[in-house]
Write a protein that binds this ligand. Structure first.
Ligand SMILES: *Cc1c(COP(=O)(O)O)cnc(C)c1O
Length: 219
């Protein structure tokens, strides 16, 4: 299958999963995760109408997206990987959505850069639903206080929550927990689900799914 065919296949599966969950197909946004793939691999998906993309490294994204965005201004770029505070300025300059706000230091650095650059960036808070020591994210018990800090004290436009469930566990309970935490904190967006589990995530209320290998192939 070509990359266009795989993209269409993912779109069809999203629509079907939404329908089965009694939701509108367009209530789920597809973030096409293009990390490790170069501009020539990405371009056919833009031509096929894809506009929302995810990258996990600032430096890699800086190498390919300014030119692609110049050609297609409607592109919306999401940062879905961990961010160091010395890269906050670059991230704010290039990305439209940062999904990985995962600690106070990075929240403060991002908030300051948004003000300094006058950019309008939307944010997600990454939640470590599995309390995995090696994984980034706010612990579920600390989400309410962290949302308050980001939204009320730092004035950040917090749109929703994001999670990456532990690889060796049934993702359902993690998606359910993220949905519950979003509801408790008045957040409407849920970024959850990847190539292996996006249909499950849609059943639990995902408003965006981050799909890489099912579209672009194995990395
Ligand atoms: C790479 C990545 C994805 C996409 O993973 P696939 O399994 O290739 O769909 C989604 N979310 C994050 C945070 C990632 O780093």
């Amino acid at each position: 299958m070509s990359v266009e065919e795989r993209l269409q296949d993912v779109r069809d599966k999203i629509a079907k999963a939404a329908q089965e969950a009694g939701r509108e197909p367009d209530s789920v946004s597809l973030v096409a995760v293009s990390k490790t793939f170069d501009a020539d691999h990405i371009r056919p998906t833009i031509e096929a109408g894809q506009r929302v993309f995810g990258e996990n490294r600032v430096q890699e994204a800086q190498g390919k997206w300014p030119a692609l965005k110049a050609d297609t201004p409607a592109i919306e770029l999401h940062l879905i990987g961990p961010l160091q505070s010395n890269k906050a300025a670059d991230a704010v300059a290039l990305f439209d959505v940062v999904e990985t706000v995962d600690r106070e230091k990075i929240a403060r650095a991002l908030a300051e850069e948004v003000k300094r650059q006058g950019r309008s960036i939307r944010f997600y808070i990454q939640v470590n639903t599995g309390l995995e020591p090696q994984k980034a994210g706010i612990a579920p018990d600390d989400v309410a206080a962290f949302v308050t800090l980001c939204r009320d004290d730092l004035g950040m436009q917090i749109e929703g929550l994001m999670c990456i469930p532990p690889v060796d566990e049934n993702p359902g309970p993690h998606f359910a927990l993220l949905a519950k935490l979003a509801g408790e904190n008045g957040l409407k967006k849920l970024s959850m689900g990847m190539s292996g589990d996006f249909e499950t995530a849609i059943g639990f209320g995902a408003t965006s799914v981050r799909v890489g290998s099912a579209i672009f192939g194995t990395r």
